[in-house]
Design a protein around this ligand. Sequence first.
Ligand SMILES: *[C@@H]1O[C@H](CO)[C@@H](O)[C@H](O)[C@H]1NC(C)=O
Ligand SMILES: *[C@@H]1O[C@H](CO)[C@@H](O)[C@H](O)[C@H]1NC(C)=O
Ligand SMILES: *[C@@H]1O[C@H](CO)[C@@H](O)[C@H](O)[C@H]1NC(C)=O
Length: 148
Amino acid sequence: MRLSSASVLCLSLALSANASWLVVNNFCRKTLYLSNANQTSWTPPIQNVSTATSWTTKISGEGNQLGISLVEEYYNEDTPRFILGSSVKDGRLWWTVNSLKADPFDGEPFNVTAGSKECGFTKGYNLDVHNCPDGDFVLAFNPCVDNS
Ligand SMILES: *[C@@H]1O[C@H](CO)[C@@H](O)[C@H](O)[C@H]1NC(C)=O
Ligand SMILES: *[C@@H]1O[C@H](CO)[C@@H](O)[C@H](O)[C@H]1NC(C)=O
Ligand SMILES: *[C@@H]1O[C@H](CO)[C@@H](O)[C@H](O)[C@H]1NC(C)=O
């Protein structure tokens, strides 16, 4: 279900400085279903992210939880979910990756890049907790990529 390299996304984001941004680049051949939860809204409406499109939001506050599945019934108890947790506190950004129930991408590789060495990088559900100064960079989730 991976997209060929010929159809790689063209991202042209005009993102302002002094804030960190969360971006989902859908390299999968299927629509992604996304829940952008935070401490005041645990079950927000599900958003669709079509294949070969990107979704973005500004990261603010603590206890944010971006969840993604390949099935529309995101909130069904048995739905496998990718979870990217993030918080901004005292000028630092914290993030970690986890999965719930099972691997939502059936073994398809993914990566999360933060655009700086200090902010970290992962390509697994390893629960590593990353942190770095907040501001002016993009935390990008890239599912269904070739990590080789
Ligand atoms: C939490 O999510 C709700 C619903 O999406 C949004 O209106 C609100 O601004 C968010 N709060 C923060 C601190 O980002
Ligand atoms: C999301 O996709 C589903 C089908 O996969 C569709 O039924 C629903 O209307 C879509 N929702 C939005 C907001 O586009
Ligand atoms: C993560 O995936 C993106 C999209 O395919 C790719 O451009 C980038 O090189 C990957 N990062 C690493 C460190 O593999």
